[in-house]
Design a binder for this molecule. Structure first.
Ligand SMILES: *[C@@H]1O[C@H](CO)[C@@H](O)[C@H](O)[C@H]1NC(C)=O
Ligand SMILES: *[C@@H]1O[C@H](CO)[C@@H](O)[C@H](O)[C@H]1NC(C)=O
Length: 172
């Protein structure tokens, strides 16, 4: 057992706790607090810094709230961070099948069926066969997402996400 180092001598003669000392001590703490407290930041709904990048149907997949905490989905080739709406789009939510996916066709048709989701290995859904009503519906959803969520990137074809390595690097 190592010996503990000798304690420094206690200056018994000097009274440490006096009312004046207490006041000074409080003042020092308070000034220190003022100096080092982080400036008040407004509560923002996007805690992670936004890096605009390219996503492919395959690289978008992990952003479904399970693999990664963020929930992204694509509408008309824009990728939205819908994490603030995790209750809807995250695991267990009514729209969870769209998480990490191109939701365009499903939203346009008002359907959650598996067949409205394009094959993640395939090409991006051109949506050319949508009827007028579905196109109007899709534009409505684009406005909804554009007004409510941040665009974090664009959806490009598999293999075209040349800047994948730049993840986390600000392009400011
Ligand atoms: C999220 O994706 C992973 C695989 O990438 C999968 O295991 C998991 O079930 C998905 N979660 C949901 C809610 O779809
Ligand atoms: C996409 O490709 C992966 C790997 O080749 C495969 O595991 C997966 O089942 C494919 N998905 C579809 C929908 O075909």
């Amino acid at each position: 057992m190592p010996h503990s180092p000798p304690l420094p001598p206690v200056p018994e003669a000097i009274p440490i706790v006096t009312p004046l000392n207490l006041i000074l001590f409080s003042l020092v703490i308070y000034v220190g607090y003022l100096r080092f407290r982080t400036p008040a930041t407004p509560i923002i709904s996007r805690p992670t810094p936004i890096v605009y990048r390219k996503y492919t149907p395959l690289t978008l997949l992990p952003y479904n709230g399970t693999d990664k905490p963020q929930v992204f989905l694509a509408v008309s080739c824009k990728v939205y961070d819908v994490t603030p709406g995790k209750g809807f789009y995250g695991p267990g939510g009514p729209y969870e099948s769209f998480a990490g996916r191109d939701a365009s066709r499903g939203l346009a048709k008002g359907s959650f069926d598996a067949e409205v989701l394009s094959d993640e290995n395939g090409t991006i859904d051109t949506l050319e066969d949508l009827n007028e009503e579905e196109k109007v519906s899709l534009r409505g959803w684009e406005e909804h997402f554009g007004g409510k969520y941040a665009v974090v990137g664009e959806l490009v074809e598999n293999g075209e996400d040349g800047d994948e390595e730049e993840e986390g690097v600000s392009k400011a």
